[in-house]
Write a protein that binds this ligand. Structure first.
Ligand code: ADP
Ligand code: ASP
Ligand code: MG
Length: 440
């Protein structure tokens, strides 16, 4: 059994839902995970923001816009189908709209997560109704019945496994199992989610829980490309990546994959395949625990925005053991992860992407060091067979950066990457220069 996850664009219109329905019914009994239709989660965020500000009219108007959008989808999706499937689906989706509308009548408290959950509820209701209208024996299992995170927001794989296994046994006759990505329950039993883009994580957790043959992430592009297609022309799909390479790329900005989804698949040795819904025959990218046969190559480049660099200098760092401990302890106190580190005899530079507690951290650091902050920086991450004895690869990457001011470099932290910290305004030229140098 495979897990097949379809992202927002893949189910972004009635026609796309029909295409996915065809694709999944041709591929046997699998678990299908759907995101919300493209744009829906953003609209739900907007509704929830209006409510947070106490603007119920703004929320209602935005909700009405969403309702109009879905009414067009109903007509197109069920054109020529038996009326009963259309009305059952409309009822199911209207229930979601009703849940949202109720929050516009009551004071805003914990509405946000419940509102955000309606996008996946609606897309799966649409797919469920359409598949039934086509005579497919589909069973919908509610992610809120088995997907859970703990008090530290970590997925509870044991719980997920214990809950989903009997559900699958109960529905052994079903041709297809359908469920929602992204949504889950939290440690208090409330409705929650796996963060934006989290449907990839849902797929990976289900794959791990049922020991799936493969986890397929179906999206709008034919696999992980060797550079960010939003900023570089003529990027090419990479046919194979090791999990660790994929994790580096996902964490450092390759949006095609949610960074957290790599670990459950990696630990359980379940291959992840990235595929294109609009071009299903394309080979895509396979991600697994194998190292590529073609060693000594740089495979891909990614960029992570909104990075803050903090330079911490102290005359007393020289020979002072415990200095780094003191620095890191401050970041730990504020629960702020560090991405890059560069050290010298007189100082250390680190980067963070969560700057909510920046001022408090800087105040603490200033008690024993001089501190300089650079905001709006970008990490450029170059991934490949960068084992240290593969001489020359790091030089190739460095050469591509020759005209770009580099604030920090990190190399040797793993066998897979070299990272550069640069200014935001140099990002596009850095990505293009790396593509020209490494992949042409
Ligand atoms: P989905 O809605 O299916 O989850 P996403 O928008 O999250 O899709 O991810 C797919 C998008 O990721 C692509 O359309 C592409 O613009 C972007 N992307 C960024 N970097 C890469 C990369 N290296 N390879 C492929 N796609 C990338
Ligand atoms: N619908 C959610 C989002 O837009 C989850 C996902 O698409 O993976 O972030
Ligand atoms: Mg995504």
């Amino acid at each position: 059994m495979k897990v097949m996850k379809f992202g927002g664009t893949s189910v972004g219109s009635a026609q796309r839902i029909k295409n996915v329905a065809k694709l999944i019914t041709e591929r046997g009994r699998n678990i299908v995970v759907l995101s919300a239709m493209a744009g829906t989660t953003n609209t739900l965020v907007e509704i929830s923001e209006y409510l947070k500000c106490g603007n119920a009219d703004g929320a209602k108007e935005t909700l009405n816009g969403l309702i109009r959008k879905y009414s067009v989808v109903f007509e197109e999706l069920f054109e020529g189908c038996d009326e009963q499937y259309k009305s059952a689906t409309i009822n199911a989706v209207n229930e979601c709209f009703g849940t949202i509308r109720n929050f516009t009548e009551t004071p805003y408290s914990t509405a946000e997560k419940t509102i955000l959950a309606q996008g996946e509820k609606m897309s799966t209701a649409l797919m469920n109704g359409y598949l039934q209208s086509q005579g497919v024996k589909v069973v919908m299992i509610d992610a809120l019945d088995f997907m859970r995170i703990d008090a530290n927001l970590e997925p509870e794989i044991g719980f997920i496994r214990d809950r989903i296994t009997p559900l699958l046994t109960r529905h052994a006759e079903a041709d297809l199992i359908l469920t929602q990505g992204y949504i889950c329950r939290n440690s208090t039993g409330g409705i929650d989610n796996l963060q934006r883009g989290g449907s990839d994580l849902t797929a990976s957790l289900i794959g791990a829980a049922i020991n799936a043959e493969e986890i397929e992430i179906w999206t709008d592009i034919d696999g992980m490309h060797n550079n960010d297609p939003r900023y570089v022309e003529d990027t090419k799909p990479v046919s194979h990546l090791h999990f660790e390479e994929a994790a580096e790329l996902a964490y450092f900005g390759a949006k095609i994959l949610h960074p957290a989804c790599v670990l459950p698949a990696k630990l359980n040795n379940i291959p992840v395949r990235l595929l294109n819904t609009m071009q299903p025959e394309a080979q895509g990218t396979i991600i697994d625990n194998q190292f590529s046969a073609s060693q000594k190559v740089i495979k891909a480049v990614a960029a992570k925005d909104n990075i803050t660099a903090i330079k911490i200098k102290s005359g007393r760092m020289l020979l002072a053991y415990g200095f780094l401990h003191k620095v890191f302890e401050i970041f730990e106190t504020y629960k702020v992860p560090i991405d890059m580190i560069a050290t010298s005899e007189v100082g250390v530079s680190v980067t963070i992407d969560d700057d909510r507690n920046l001022q408090a951290i800087v105040d603490e650091l200033k008690k024993f060091a001089t501190v300089t902050v650079d905001k709006d920086m970008v990490i450029i991450c170059v991934v490949g067979d960068l084992v240290w004895h593969n001489s020359g690869l790091e030089t190739l990457a460095l050469d591509a950066m020759r005209d770009i001011p580099v604030r920090m470099i990190s190399y040797g932290g793993s066998d897979h990457n070299i990272s550069f910290l640069i200014r935001k305004e140099d990002k596009v030229s850095a990505l293009n220069s790396l593509s020209n140098q490494l992949f042409k």
